[in-house]
Design a protein around this ligand. Structure first.
Ligand code: SF4
Ligand code: FES
Length: 194
């Protein structure tokens, strides 16, 4: 595949056609924060923390870098004042759900996010989908999935499948940025297959 030349934070970068802006930045050693991205999983674009400013043909806009494809002569800025301000607000919203998540707390420090800005709604799951997608795409077991929609959306183990598969796998556990996944598994285990 041919290379695409572009600029990220003032640095000339040769990215492989068909890859994303996030991948191009990572291969050039430029860090963009992520929450729902995992290199073994299909791009998801859920958390939006990887948002960057792109400029092409004289027009600027904000895009989600983990799903946005590289493009010839694209100019990418990963840390403008506006990008940082949006990331800060996104982190504050996420922290209302999972105030003790080590990953969120660390990013909050970097972006000056206030974990008390929004009223607490500690659902603990931040809907990153890492557990669900890992189980479907890598483990190929579909032992955990999302149920319901909107503010009622939550993850749920499929007891019959989890009883057989999860005890010997648990590959998704280290991916969860909060404590919710393990808690949900323990609860399922206690109720459905003690
Ligand atoms: S349980 Fe954890 S890994 Fe799964 S969607 Fe929620 S926050 Fe993400
Ligand atoms: S890492 Fe790109 S949207 Fe979550």
């Amino acid at each position: 595949m041919s290379d695409v030349s572009m600029t990220i934070d003032g640095k000339e970068v040769a990215a492989r056609a068909g890859t994303t802006v996030l991948e191009a930045a990572q291969s050039a050693g430029i860090r963009i924060p992520t929450l729902c991205h995992h290199e073994k999983l299909e791009p998801f674009g859920g958390c939006r923390l990887c948002l960057v400013e792109v400029e092409a043909r004289g027009s600027k806009r904000h895009v989600v870098s983990c799903v946005y494809p590289v493009e010839k002569n694209l100019v990418v800025r990963t840390r403008t004042e506006k990008v940082d301000r949006i990331r800060k607000t996104l982190l504050e919203l996420l922290l209302a759900h999972a105030p003790d998540s080590p990953k969120l707390v660390e990013m909050a420090r970097e972006y000056g996010a206030d974990k008390d800005r929004f009223g607490k709604d500690p659902s603990f799951c931040v809907h990153c989908g890492l557990c669900v997608r890992y189980c479907a795409e890598v483990a190929k077991k579909h032992a955990v999935g999302f149920v319901d929609r909107g503010i009622r959306k939550e993850i749920s183990f499929v007891p019959d499948v989890a009883a057989v598969e999860c005890a010997r796998c648990q590959g998704c556990f280290p991916l969860c940025p909060t404590s919710y996944l393990q808690a949900a598994y323990v609860l399922t285990q206690a109720l459905a297959f003690p």
